[in-house]
Design a protein around this ligand. Structure first.
Ligand code: KG4
Ligand code: ZN
Length: 355
């Protein structure tokens, strides 16, 4: 029987619902039927970042309408509800988890608890078909920068992750200190296109030692972005002093373009290098980049170019599926259903769930 799954995602600042169905085709296993995303970006913009309590309250307001719209765009009854169980903001996660449980109970279908990052990874397969395995996938968003190896469908092995800021977080913080607003990633992406990426020298971080908190991981595959962020802060402070700028006065526009381009060159080359180094070490037959930062134009272009040079297929999601959405959660739910079967679940949301 081909299964239709309703996905629900409320881990951060998007309330989302989607319907994804199985195709019966092993190479392209799923098809998107409907996807609705209510973004809270405008709500949080005034605060310069996501305010957890405001986020949870907005999910409560939006969830009924978002799920109703996702269901209205399709007339079939669904066979299971997949929901993001974690990681994320706990108040926000609870809205989705409680809603999913209630709806599943009312319709007498199972709930499939999904890890948010498994969702980002499976977004690659939803749109592009199965990745040749083994694969190495970089999940890079506002909350995460992690490398996973996939040897078998649905099995994700952590190879490395950030020790401090996530890459998207570094984009957001750098944008904030340049006065570019929130979220910072798209703003820096746009400004960098006009700048000279060699104008300012920012250092690259390469970790060689294992993390004391994760001694089982070889440290060389970990990331660190807080040093890069701090050196942008130092450069901006120095330039503001040199130009005698008053508080609230912006740096010259061309200079901001150059800082964005120089920051982005370092951030993107770190991500691309670590991804392809891991792929070589693992003998990967494909690589992928998922999560909000995968929308970045330079990251996509540089990764595609490196993939061509190394003769490795590079999987990236469409822009709609790169930031948080529920289609990826439904896809990961279907993956779980086929690899692990239906497991009775009555657990809770988990803010720091491990994959
Ligand atoms: O996956 P996502 O929607 O939410 C999390 O799970 O974090 O990712 C959001 C992050 C934000 O930090 C945002 O600045 C970043 O993705 N982002 C970008 C771009 N578009 C979104 N970063 C760089 N370039 C972009 N074009
Ligand atoms: Zn995400």
């Amino acid at each position: 029987m081909l299964v239709l799954v309703l996905g629900i995602e409320t881990s951060c600042d998007e309330t989302a619902a989607a319907l994804v169905e199985e195709t019966g085709d092993a190479a392209v296993p799923w098809r998107l039927r409907s996807s609705v995303v209510a973004s809270q970006i405008e709500l949080h913009r005034a605060w310069g970042g996501v305010v957890p309590e405001l986020s949870a309250r907005q999910h409560v307001r939006d969830i009924c309408g978002v799920v109703a719209r996702a269901l209205q765009e399709s007339d079939s009854p669904f066979d299971a509800v997949a929901v993001t169980r974690g990681p994320g903001l706990v108040g926000s996660l609870l809205v989705g988890v409680s809603f999913a449980k209630a709806l599943a109970w009312a319709r007498d279908v199972p709930v499939i608890p999904v890890h948010h990052l498994a969702g980002h990874i499976e977004s690659l397969v939803l749109e592009n078909g199965e990745m040749p395995l083994p694969a190495v996938v970089l999940v890079v968003s506002g909350g995460h920068t992690s490398l996973y190896r996939i040897d078998r469908p649905g099995e994700y092995t952590l190879l490395g992750r950030t020790r401090d800021d996530a890459a998207g977080e570094a984009y957001d913080k750098v944008a904030k200190l340049l006065g570019l607003g929130y979220p910072g990633g798209p703003a820096i992406d746009a400004r960098a296109a006009a700048g000279n990426d060699r104008a300012v020298h920012f250092p690259r971080t390469r970790l060689t030692h294992a993390d004391r908190n994760a001694p089982h991981l070889p440290g060389r595959r970990d990331f660190s972005f807080s040093g890069l962020k701090t050196s942008v802060l130092r450069h901006v402070t120095k330039r503001r002093e040199a130009l005698g700028l008053a508080a609230g006065e912006a740096l010259p526009s061309l200079e901001i373009d150059d800082i964005c381009a120089s920051f982005q060159r370092v951030a993107v080359s770190t991500l691309v290098e670590r991804l392809f180094d891991a792929a070589r070490e693992c003998g990967a037959r494909s690589v992928g980049i998922a999560g909000g930062v995968s929308a970045n134009r330079r990251l996509r272009a540089d990764a595609q170019a490196r993939g061509v040079a190394r003769e490795l297929p590079v999987f990236v999601p469409s822009l709609a599926l790169s930031t948080d959405n529920a289609a990826m959660i439904a896809a990961a739910g279907l993956r779980q259903l086929r690899t692990r079967g239906i497991e009775a679940w009555d657990g809770n949301a988990e803010a720091s769930l491990a994959l």
